[in-house]
Write a protein that binds this ligand. Structure first.
Ligand SMILES: [Zn+2]
Length: 143
């Protein structure tokens, strides 16, 4: 099925609603060289559409790891759980930063499954960049 076009207006609304940052790793657009991508929370490949309620913002690293995944195994329970939904769920209820500010730690089954699926604490490029952001005081985000 061909992807329908997301209008510039709709994309802008999504960017503003997301606070111009990735819904998964919270990287802000102003620190990411690449343009943040419009993420289909329910992927098009799994029947997701271009309704605003199915769209959020994701950095290219998170979006590429997410791909068409909708669930993953929580390493603590071994059970499948849906991935974090940045539009309807609150980041702080499912994740926290490690004390060094570099790693994202899942607090709930959803959080832990999402950390694994999106490699939020293992992607080497993200870890390298985040560690530099910590040094200059740009990271982790205060909110
Ligand atoms: Zn991200």
């Amino acid at each position: 099925m061909p992807r329908e076009h997301i209008s510039a207006d709709l994309a802008q609304r999504v960017r503003e609603a997301a606070g111009h940052r990735c819904g998964y790793c919270l990287s802000p657009q102003w620190l990411v060289m690449a343009r943040m991508e419009i993420d289909h929370i329910l992927p098009v490949a799994k029947g997701g559409n271009n309704e605003e309620s199915n769209l959020w913002l994701a950095c290219p690293i998170c979006n590429s790891h997410k791909s068409d995944k909708t669930e993953a195994v929580d390493p603590e329970t071994g059970e499948l759980h849906p991935l974090f939904n940045p539009r309807t769920q609150i980041w702080k209820e499912h994740f926290r930063w490690s004390s060094d500010g570099i790693h994202i730690i899942g607090l709930t089954p959803v959080g832990r499954a999402t950390v694994i699926a999106l490699q939020l604490s293992t992607d080497p490029d993200a870890l390298q960049v985040r560690s530099r952001w910590v040094i200059v005081g740009w990271h982790p985000p205060k909110d």
